[in-house]
Ligand binder design. Structure first.
Ligand code: GRF
Length: 203
């Protein structure tokens, strides 16, 4: 299967997925990494791995529609089976999402449905919650509202600040996200309306 990963910055989740795909010999290939910024740090890692990279710079497109048209053109040139959003900081429109229905995954740094949107770690600290984490979900037209596939949970410690908490969540993302992408590749995810079921592995 062919996977395209979309990033906007650091790309540490992309890196975790690329490494897992290689080390665990998935029946899949990361065919491209596409970034919404040409200076996205993650592009350097992808290039060093010999993965095709494309920058579709959001700032060059005044309207969301023209940006997405360019993104679709780049994506479709790789005929992906799966699109993985990994720190991709652009909101996608319904037509885009429908085009790749049930083939787009995203990771969000909170235990959804709590803390949709930005600044999740500071908001979690301010709310005084004692556990926090990350969610991998299918992308639908609702922002951070698609069917939940799996979550990682970490404790919130008394002396945490945004930096320590986000680092703990990020470490858990690097375990969670490759695992879920692999489930998708192995055709083990079944979507029933809002709920996702996981088929056990082959014996
Ligand atoms: C992660 O925290 C992810 O959950 C969120 O954006 C961050 C991306 O980090 N969507 P990276 O680019 O994968 O290092």
């Amino acid at each position: 299967k062919k996977i395209v990963i979309l990033i906007s910055g650091r790309g540490s989740n992309m890196e975790a997925i690329v490494r897992a795909c290689e080390v665990q010999r998935w029946p899949a290939r990361i065919v491209a990494v596409i970034a919404s910024r040409a200076d996205a740090k993650g592009l350097l890692f992808a290039r060093a791995q010999g993965i095709a990279t494309v920058a579709v710079e959001a700032k060059n497109y005044p309207e969301r529609e023209s940006f997405e048209a360019a993104l679709v053109a780049a994506l479709d040139s790789f005929t992906p089976d799966l699109i993985v959003l990994a720190g991709f900081m652009r909101v996608l429109t319904a037509p885009f999402i429908e085009r790749y229905e049930n083939r787009i995954l995203n990771i969000h740094p909170s235990l959804l449905p709590s803390f949709r949107g930005l600044n999740t770690h500071q908001r979690a600290l301010d709310a005084g919650i004692k556990v926090h984490g990350a969610t991998v979900h299918f992308v639908n037209a609702q922002l951070d509202g698609g069917p939940i596939i799996a979550q990682s949970v970490v404790p919130v410690l008394a002396d945490d600040d945004e930096a320590t908490l986000s680092a703990r969540v990020l470490a858990s993302e690097h375990i969670l996200y490759p695992r879920v992408v692999r489930w998708f590749i192995e055709d083990r995810l079944t979507l029933n309306a809002t709920r996702v079921a996981l088929t056990p592995p082959e014996p």
